[in-house]
Design a protein around this ligand. Structure first.
Ligand code: ZN
Length: 198
């Protein structure tokens, strides 16, 4: 194999869910089956995405301005904040149309062995925001798993003592299941039946 193809395959193969075989297939496709304009556009999109995309200063959603479109939308209920593990989870909730409040994105779940601690999840930032914006309800939508429950506990202790309602999404999302793969009906029910956190 040519050095250039090998290098591209190695790089593509490091992406999650691709694997060595698919990485080779994609590399050949880019060389043999794609037109120049597409390959240029792809290279440019990859090259610029990290400088264009940033974290929203309020909720840590990904966006290109200081505030994401949800935080800057006056029609949303900013007194309610749904805490999600990832941007795909946020998208899943948005697509369900079950919720019209604001968000906070943790970008991970508590996993001390993998080096993901409270600082990485930004929970202090969440507390400051809840205090500043007089948030009335925080809905923890981390998935039902060991890490998801540990993260929910962390959010609860971080916000302890503040005058607000703290709820947890109801069952329906199977244990260990990913929020981002739950269907809209399941998510709507999970929001409607959310439980108070003790
Ligand atoms: Zn935002």
């Amino acid at each position: 194999m040519s050095e250039a193809l090998r290098q591209l395959s190695d790089l593509l193969g490091r992406l999650p869910g691709i694997g060595r075989r698919n990485a080779q297939r994609l590399s050949f496709h880019l060389v043999l089956r794609s037109d120049d304009a597409y390959v240029q556009a792809l290279a440019q999109a990859i090259g610029s995405v990290r400088s264009r995309v940033q974290r929203c200063s309020v909720c840590r959603n990904l966006c290109e301005q200081e505030l994401c479109e949800i935080c800057s939308d006056p029609r949303r209920d900013h007194a309610r904040v749904c805490v999600v593990a990832s941007v795909p989870d946020l998208w899943a909730v948005e697509e369900s149309h079950a919720y019209r409040g604001a968000y906070f994105v943790l970008h991970g779940l508590l996993a001390p062995l993998e080096g993901l601690g409270p600082d990485d999840l930004g929970v202090d930032h969440l507390r400051q925001r809840v205090e500043r914006d007089e948030v009335q309800e925080v809905i923890v939508a981390t998935r039902p798993s060991l890490e998801g429950e540990a993260t929910a506990s962390l959010v609860r202790t971080t916000l302890a003592g503040l005058p607000l309602r703290m709820t947890r999404l109801a069952s329906g999302i199977s244990y260990g299941g990913e929020l981002e793969f739950a269907d809209s009906m399941t998510l709507s029910r999970a929001f409607a039946d959310r439980k108070e956190m003790s």
